[in-house]
Structure formats: C-alpha cells, structure tokens
Design a protein around this ligand. Structure first.
Ligand code: C2E
Ligand code: CA
Ligand code: CA
Ligand code: CA
Length: 275
C-alpha cells in the first residue's frame, strides 16, 4: 500500500510537471504573438432591442496559433492576466479596436473589454485618451466593458479611474452583471452607462422560470437607475421574444451574428432582428 501511495504521488508530480511546462510554453508563445501578428480582433454586433439596428460592435480577441489554430480568449486571457502580458495585449486591443472603429460609419460604437489588471495600471485613463487622439475616434464612440473585478483591492481608486474616463466622454459598461458577489453594491459606487446581463441567465430563459424572474428584475433595476440594459447570448427566437417584451435596450448573440473578422459580413442584413 505504501509503495502504491508513493507511485500515485509520483504520478501526480509528473502530471503537474507536465501542466507547468505546458503553461510555460503557452506563456512563451503568447509573448511573441503580437510581433508575429497572430492576434486578431473579431467583432460582434450589438443591436437595438426595439429596432434591431446595429449600435455597437464588441471587439473579441482571437489568437491564431500556428499549430493549435484559433485559440479562444478563455484559454489565454486568464494566463495573460496572471503573468504581466495583459498590459501589452490590452494596449494592442484598445489601439487596434479604436483604429478600426475610426473608419466605421458615424453612429457605430466599438466596445472593448478591459481586464481588471489592465484597468488598474497607472495612467490607464491617460492612455485611453492618447489612443482616441491618435486615431481621431470621438470618445463617445468608445465603450469600455469592465467587470466588478476592477473594484477588488481598491474600490476608491477604481471609482477615480472610472470618473476620469467619464470625464473624457468614454462610455462605461458593467459586464457579466449578476455573476459576481456584489454587483449591486458597485452600482451604488459608480453610475455606469449600461449593464450587460450575464449570458448564463439568458441561456436558461424558457427552461427555468427563475431565470425570467432574474432577467426581469435586473432589467427593471437597471432602468430605474437610469442605465441601459444589454443582454448577451441571445440564440433563439423564443429568447428574443421574451427579451423584447421585457424592454431590454440592446441585444447581442448568435441569433443576430457571430463574432467575425470581416467587416463585409457585418453589413449583411441581420436575421432575427425585430420586424
Ligand atoms: P464576454 O466579454 O462576456 O464576451 C461575450 C462572449 O460571449 C464572447 O466569447 C462571445 O463570442 C460569446 N457570445 C456572443 N454571443 C453568444 C451566443 O449567442 N451564444 C454563446 N454561447 N456565446 C456567445 P469569447 O469571444 O470567447 O470571449 C470570452 C471572454 O473573453 C469575454 O467574455 C471576455 O471576458 C474575454 N475577452 C474577449 N476578448 C477580450 C479582450 O480583448 N480583452 C480582454 N481583457 N478580455 C477579452
Ligand atoms: Ca464583454
Ligand atoms: Ca459578458
Ligand atoms: Ca466574461
């Protein structure tokens, strides 16, 4: 039994070693991804909940790995956050998204995800101002999507940065709303322009009566606080019907369009748009 136990320990050690090595390799490969041109932004439309017209495109990063193909952000953004690579990657995302959006038709906005670590870097708001200036993008056409993670550690500092961004004229969205521990308390600390209801609630609409109650409550709460409410992960006509009924301001999901790298594909009429 003793020997068997030792064998098991050795087995786990070997497995952990392998994991660690795989991680180090990805970390190393990721550090060269920008210079090698392997990172790309895809864009997914966010449409008006009443008219179905496109209002914004959310920029979503992809990594085209030479061997592993298209790597989704869930597989490398957390790693980039743990190491110090998120600063460079985040700066690349912001710069690329603003440069791209500056060439779009006037009313369209671009929504950019900002990781908490990137947000907390000194000079973040000044950096945003510089990027907008460099590309001549009016601040009102940039939406920054942040999560409640920015408030952890130093909430007062987060409010200061948010206020600086607001002063610039940038729009601010609280992403993944309803998944954290204290989303509600953060609505009291800073007046966002909009909240994005986490897609886990939308996914269960129609299967679970409680999800409907929750999405309705979040929508009412947002509206009563004077915020716009965006729902993401809309995949079916049934979900669309319910969400329209609830009066959600904006919708995003595969029903309208998947994220795509190509502008032309986004110009085609959107199926599933209300009437
Ligand atoms: P998120 O900000 O909540 O983005 C929405 C995610 O939902 C995207 O996944 C999008 O492709 C996906 N999605 C949109 N519509 C539907 C739908 O109808 N059904 C389903 N099942 N999914 C849908 P993606 O692109 O894989 O991104 C995952 C997460 O990675 C994002 O979640 C965001 O947290 C992070 N991320 C993506 N790009 C960036 C970036 O440039 N910077 C940072 N810091 N994070 C990013
Ligand atoms: Ca987002
Ligand atoms: Ca989200
Ligand atoms: Ca997310």
């Amino acid at each position: 039994v003793k020997d068997e136990g030792r064998g098991t320990v050795r087995f786990f050690e070997a497995a952990m070693d392998e994991q660690l090595q795989a991680r180090r390799r990805i970390e190393h490969e990721l550090s060269g991804a920008i210079p090698r041109g392997e990172l790309q932004l895809y864009y997914q439309p966010i449409v008006n909940g009443r008219t179905g017209e496109i209002e914004t495109f959310e920029a979503l990063i992809r990594w085209h790995h030479p061997e592993r193909g298209c790597v989704p952000p869930a597989e490398f953004i957390p790693l980039a956050e743990q190491t110090d690579q998120i600063g460079r990657i985040g700066a690349w995302v912001l710069d690329t998204a603003c440069a791209t959006a500056a060439a779009w038709p006037q009313p369209w906005r671009v929504s950019v995800n900002v990781s908490p670590k990137q947000f907390r870097q000194p000079g973040f708001a000044a950096g945003v101002a510089a990027v907008l200036g460099r590309h001549g993008l009016p601040p009102g056409r940039l939406v920054l999507e942040i999560t409640e993670g920015v408030f952890i550690q130093d909430a007062a500092m987060a409010v200061e940065v948010l206020t600086a961004l607001r002063t610039l004229g940038v729009r601010l969205a609280l992403d993944d709303f309803g998944t954290g521990y204290s989303s509600l308390s953060y609505l009291q600390r800073f007046k966002f322009d909009k909240i994005k209801v986490d897609q886990s609630f939308v996914r269960r609409l129609g299967q679970n009566a409680d999800s409907l109650t929750i999405v309705r409550a979040i929508t009412h709460l947002g509206h009563n606080l004077g915020l716009q409410v965006t729902v993401e992960g809309v995949e079916t006509q049934e979900q669309l019907a319910v969400l329209r009924e609830l009066g959600c301001d904006q919708m995003q999901g595969y029903l309208f369009a998947r994220p795509t790298p190509v502008m032309g594909a986004m110009m085609t009429p959107i199926s599933g748009s209300p009437d």
